[in-house]
Design a protein around this ligand. Sequence first.
Ligand code: ATP
Ligand code: MG
Length: 353
Amino acid sequence: MGMASAGCIGKEATFIERLDIHPRIIESAKRNGYTSAWSIINSSPEDIEQRSGLTAAETTHLISCVVNATIKKPCTAWQMFQCPDVVPGPYPCISFGCQSLNKILQGGLPIRSVTEIYGPSGSGKTQVALQLAIQVQLPVNAGGLGKGTAYICTESQFPARRLRQMADHCRVHHPFAQCSPNSSSRSLDKWTNNIHVQHIANMEDLLNCIQKQLPMLMQHREVGLVVIDSVAAVFRVEDAQSQSRSQSLTALGYALHQLAMTKNLAVLALNQVTSARGHDVLHGSFDDFVPALGLAWSNLITTRLALSRKYPQSQQCVIPVRNLEVHFSPWLPRASANFIITEEGLKDMMNPN
Ligand code: ATP
Ligand code: MG
């Protein structure tokens, strides 16, 4: 007999074949359909015993090996010190395409977490989200994730023209698009077709979209960023104190975290401000503003960033300076950065003062 059949070569061992137990136990289990961890954990020991003809002791041994192989064990501080590889490495993030912002966020918008940007109307929240929706499409070595965006609009129409303006700039001037041998990287379709827009008016539809529609979309399209513009708009003011509002907020926060963790993506929730002292939101100073939705929502986000707009001292320069500040985050120090918004998108300031 010569070579093994092509079907056998390179055939991956089943879960049960990889366990470090007596081959006879593995054979008996396999023969009776117990090839996955799920099939074993989901059956009673008596069932396994009866169907596979194993003894009670062998069955207990099999189950405990399966459980040990399945459960992710915590590692000790000593193990971390001995072998840094056991510590999960930093996750990739989405570059803002603006160095000063990347610096305060230590690389960009993090995946596997929920980030909020709050700020007054006109501060630039939507501009930041649009830029990230473009940036996420870049390959990992160019600061993106090579994936698309799901953009949920709750307030106003999706600013398609503005997106087109920013995407157009990216495809013409970004070094990646310039150097890419793939000509589609220079086509506008590629950059805008990867942004899936959904307009939603109420909380029920928002939850439905996050729990059902987005996972369905993700079965055939790669999504690296989910934007909600904005989260406050689906909560009516008159519901402010109601119990159902805090229940909906909790459900929303939970669903967003689930999505971020299971699909390895970044969630960006834009939020409006309310006046802390009952002043007119448009004319008060930034300290007078607090993020909308109160404490219940604050506890559901991982990172909070505050965006504000200020005019420079020099009246010769009419472009307003924007400021993004890390308000809280489990891993970032409190820091802030200035930037400007131009026709092309977010830009670093030449002279960051
Ligand atoms: P709201 O809460 O009302 O949605 P927002 O925080 O989302 O407000 P944006 O719509 O992101 O605000 O920002 C609007 C601002 O962005 C404009 O006031 C303008 O200063 C700037 N902007 C928009 N388009 C351009 C452009 N093409 N060139 C330069 N600046 C622009
Ligand atoms: Mg907006």
